[in-house]
Each structure stands twice: as C-alpha cells, then as structure tokens.
Design a protein around this ligand. Structure first.
Ligand code: NAD
Ligand code: UFG
Length: 335
C-alpha cells in the first residue's frame, strides 16, 4: 500500500513510518516541521534502510494536498498532523482549532476529490473527559473535555462520523491513544520536546540525565493506590503497530467506521513510573510533591479488548521496556 502519513516526522508518526516501511508499504510524508526535525527522515532510513518521500508543507495548503494526491496514487492516509499541548491549547484556541480541525477538513476534501476514502485518525483518551469509571470502553460516554485540544479531537471524531453517514463507502478508523511513552529501541527516534516537557516521562528522563533538577509530582491526594495520578502508559512502538493493524482491518472490510482504544489496560501511578525508571536505568530521579495540576483527572486506563478481538492487536512491551527505551533515547541524543 502507498500511505500518506501527515505529521509523519513527529513522535508517533516517525515510529509508525518505521513499522509501515518494515511491512513493505510505500510511505509519503507531509510535515510542516512545526514540531519535528527534518533529520528524523534520515533516522527512519537508518533504521529501515528504506526511503520515504517527503513533502515539506502545511496540511492547510489545499493546493499542495491536491498536488500530492495527483502525483502519488495514495491508497490510505494516517493523519497525525496536529498540535498536542493541552495547556497551550487553552491560551491559543484559534490556533488549535485551525490546526487540529480546519486542516482535517482540507485533507478530507482532497481525499474525496481524489477518491481516496481510507483514513486512520489520531484521537485521544482525552475525548472521554473525566471518565465515569475505569477501565474505559469505546462505548463509554465522550465529551466534557476541559480544553480546546481535547475538544478539537472530539470535533474531528464527529466530522468523521458525519462524513461516514453521508457516504458509507468511506473506510475510517479512529484510534484513541492512552499515554504513549518510550522510544524506538535503536535510540534514533523518540520524543524530543523543546524546552521544559509538559508530560511526565520526558520530564523524568531529563531529571535523570541531569538536564532538569527535580520532578514535581502533581498531587498525592487522589483516590488512587498511592495518591498520585494513574495512567495507561503504552510503548510508542506498540502504538505504531496498532496503526498497521487498523490499516489491515480497513483494507479487509473495504468500508466502515471503527473506533478503538489503544492502551495496555493497566494503570500505573506517577510514583510507579518514577520507581520503575530508577530501577531499570539505575539512576536517581529527584522529586517533590506539589499541588494538583488543574484539569488533571485521578485515573485513566483503557479496556483494550475491542482492539484485541477485532484488530488482533495488543500491547506487548512492558513498563520496564518503556522506561529503558525512553532513557536510552535521551542519553543518546543529549547535547
Ligand atoms: P508531534 O507533535 O510529535 O507530531 C505531530 C507532527 O505533525 C509534527 O511532526 C508536526 O511538525 C506536524 N504538524 C503539525 N501541524 C501540522 C500541519 N498543519 N501540517 C503539517 N504537519 C503538521 O505529536 P505526536 O505525539 O506524534 O502526536 C501525533 C498525533 O497523535 C496528534 O494528532 C496528537 O494529537 C495525537 N495524540 C498524541 C498523544 C501523545 O500523548 N503524544 C496522545 C493522544 C493523541
Ligand atoms: N505529572 C506529574 N508531573 C509532571 C507531569 C505530569 O506529576 O511534571 C502527572 C500528571 O499529573 C498525570 C500523569 O503524570 O497524573 C501523566 O501526565 P501527562 O502530562 O504525562 O499526561 P496526561 O495524562 O495528562 O495527558 C496525556 C497527553 C494528552 C492526551 C492524554 C490522553 O498529554 O495529550 O495523555 O490520555 F490527551
């Protein structure tokens, strides 16, 4: 298959490109490099010994998309291109809705024009808001998102549902990721946030490497086993493989709209992650307990049964693998 991967040089996109190439697909990437470095393209080649075709540009650019679909005979699209910082989205709602929703409309319009009706979309567990219970199933209530980032994902899910209703020859998979962490075991690609990381794992890794002084643990008075927040951390390589399985499913079914949780089904607390990281990497992670972070929820983890049954996919890598690979990437790429 020839797959257009939008945002393909980013964190999850780059790992998915590796898996696509290793499964002998052709890969075309569109990325505006707003949150990625062009060198990632060479790293992907180093890992796979295969080339991707790269278009530098913005998904809002309709002429460029028209050109890509005209030149490339694309069979399917995986759409990763979006902004993803929850806190920033509260400050910049216009930018977030433009980049996370308007661009998707441009993409879908051009897909329709060129009769490419197969798409895998990156959604997020954030669409469940503060879940009524855990583990979360795909049929559980969505909504009550607390920030424009989460709402943008909810809007795109609705757009895709409406599109499918209007024309049931579309072939759509909505993947709701839980908390992707870790890196490719080669240490060549991984999560490289600019500045101070907003997410837990890159923060822990930078404290361990000495780049940052101390982790702030946001609250230890949640109703969880040790009082700290519990999440479903999933290795990014497992997550990437989930996209290949979703594409297989779409190809097999020819049309339909499918929604899957991609998580491990196990929740780990902030302190679980800290202690596992210390043990696996034989390093110290200094931390202090501070106030809760506004907007955080106590617990969030998936029921991944549907993905197992329908996609024949399940996460295989452990929390130890996630901690080891995340640190390996940080150390290998330390400036
Ligand atoms: P990322 O920022 O590393 O990757 C996004 C990529 O898209 C970047 O390479 C960026 O340069 C590119 N991009 C952004 N806007 C673009 C545009 N308008 N045109 C072209 N390229 C554009 O983020 P990621 O962690 O790899 O996330 C990928 C997708 O998964 C996003 O849609 C994100 O919302 C979703 N997601 C991520 C997480 C997470 O924790 N990382 C969780 C749930 C969902
Ligand atoms: N945390 C800390 N200290 C930090 C950072 C985080 O204690 O410096 C805690 C949080 O309070 C939370 C846990 O670590 O309990 C995980 O926080 P992250 O920021 O790593 O992840 P979130 O679960 O808040 O959100 C992430 C992505 C969202 C995505 C969501 C989906 O940032 O984009 O997962 O589950 F929508």
């Amino acid at each position: 298959m020839k797959v257009l991967v939008t945002g393909g040089l980013g964190y999850i996109g780059s790992h998915t490109c590796v898996e696509l190439l290793q499964e002998n697909n052709e890969v075309v990437v569109l990325d505006n490099l707003s949150n990625a470095k062009v060198e990632v393209k060479d790293k992907i080649k180093q890992i796979t010994n295969k080339d991707i075709k790269f278009y530098l540009g913005d998904m809002i650019d309709e002429e460029l998309l028209d050109k890509i679909f005209t030149e490339e005979k694309i069979d399917a699209v995986i759409d990763f291109a979006a902004y993803k910082a929850v806190g920033e989205s509260v400050q910049k709602p216009i930018e977030y809705y433009t980049n996370n929703v308007s661009t998707v409309l441009v993409l879908l319009k051009q897909m329709k024009k060129h009769n490419v009706k197969r798409i895998v979309f990156s959604s997020s567990a954030t669409v469940y808001g503060d879940p009524e219970h855990v583990p979360i199933k795909e049929t559980d209530k969505t909504g009550n998102t607390t920030n424009p980032y989460g709402t943008s994902k909810l809007f795109v899910e609705q757009i895709l549902k409406d599109l499918y209703k209007s024309d049931n020859t579309w072939d759509i998979a909505i993947l709701r990721y839980f908390n992707p962490i870790g890196a490719h075991p080669s240490g060549l690609i991984g999560e490289a946030p600019n500045g101070i990381p907003a997410n837990l794992m890159p923060y822990i890794a930078k404290v361990a490497s000495g780049e940052l002084e101390c982790l702030s643990v946001f609250g230890n008075d949640y109703p969880t086993k040790d009082g700290t927040g519990v999440r479903d951390y999933i290795h990014v390589v497992d997550l990437a493989k989930g996209h290949i399985k979703a594409l297989d499913k779409l190809q097999k079914e020819k049309s339909g709209l499918y929604i899957y949780n991609l998580g491990t089904g196990t929740g780990y607390s902030v302190l679980d992650l800290v202690t596992t990281f210390e043990k696996v990497n034989n390093v110290k992670v200094n931390y202090k307990i501070v106030e809760r972070r506004p907007g955080d929820i106590a617990e969030c983890f998936a029921d991944p049964t549907k993905a197992k049954e329908e996609l024949n996919w399940q996460a295989t890598l452990s929390i130890e693998d996630m901690c080891r690979d995340a640190y390996h990437f940080i150390i290998k790429n330390k400036k």
